[in-house]
Design a protein around this ligand. Structure first.
Ligand code: KIV
Length: 264
């Protein structure tokens, strides 16, 4: 990738049916490697609470943590679009969301990600109107793990599926630019991807989305208890760089995810 990726690059890729890739990174070195591997987007995920800080969930992550790691990633000047997670309770009101959005954008994010649907419409509208692009996140939203009672597949009943689809349409109408769908049945994710104009990024959501995201430590085989949708790309590759490129190639060619990574 020679030019910096923007939301128009991703919109064009969706229109052309070209898959794109998101990988998490939390520091300058990995941001450079992820960008060099050709991933169009980097997610400074609040998964850093688990993979860097050793917490059991993402709930303890603070806005200062997120701003610090976003600034580290941004200093690498990656070609990839930098999306940074708004952590737990940092967007509980539109006013808090504006403050948190400001902190992350000033640290170097080019878009912020937040978890939730219809209840966030006003917040998304307010952020976008003030120059903060938004990626929404639906399905298994890890900040709500204590409400779900564990990391469980969402959208399996007709009622849940209907509600996730309604949330997706609402957040698009509110002005979100991207949507992440996590751990939902593949047919539901494919249906939402077809119905939305904005690009949809899946994780544990099958191969019918416009893009795939994985947590860096998962795809490098470093996680203790990987989920069903994770592939360890270090297994058949000799270096971190080769593994990142292999993940990018596998997504773009449709070789990842396979049936064994998918919920139905
Ligand atoms: O925090 C994170 O890494 C995420 C991905 C799992 C999508 O939100």
């Amino acid at each position: 990738m020679s030019k910096r990726v923007t939301i128009s690059t991703l919109n064009k890729m969706k229109a052309a049916g070209e898959k794109f890739v998101m990988i998490t990174a939390y520091d300058a070195t990995f941001a450079r490697l992820v960008s060099e591997a050709g991933a169009e987007t980097i997610l400074v995920g609040d998964s850093l609470g688990m993979v860097l800080q050793g917490h059991d969930t993402t709930v303890p992550v603070s806005i200062d943590d997120m701003a610090y790691h976003t600034a580290c990633v941004s200093r690498a000047k990656p070609h990839s679009l930098i999306v940074a997670d708004m952590p737990f309770m940092s967007y509980d009101t539109p006013e808090n969301a504006l403050r948190s959005g400001m902190a992350l954008m000033q640290a170097g994010a080019q878009m912020v990600k937040l978890e939730g649907g219809i209840w966030l419409s006003d917040t998304i509208e307010m952020l976008v109107e003030r120059g903060v692009p938004v990626c929404a996140h639906l399905g298994l939203t890890p900040q709500s793990v204590n409400v779900f009672g564990g990391y469980r597949v969402q959208g399996r009943t007709p009622k849940e599926a209907k509600s996730i689809l309604a949330d997706a349409v609402e957040i698009q109408d509110a002005g979100a630019s991207l949507l992440v769908l996590e751990c939902i049945p593949a047919p539901l994710a494919a249906d939402i991807t077809r119905k939305l104009d904005i690009p949809v990024i899946g994780i544990g959501a099958g191969g019918g989305t416009d893009a795939q995201v994985l947590v860096l430590h998962d795809l490098l085989g470093l996680s203790e208890h990987p989920a069903k949708f994770v592939e360890n790309f270090m297994e058949n590759n000799g270096s971190v760089q080769e593994s990142l490129s292999a993940f990018v190639d596998a997504v773009k060619s449709g070789r990842y995810p396979r049936d064994e990574h998918t919920y139905n």
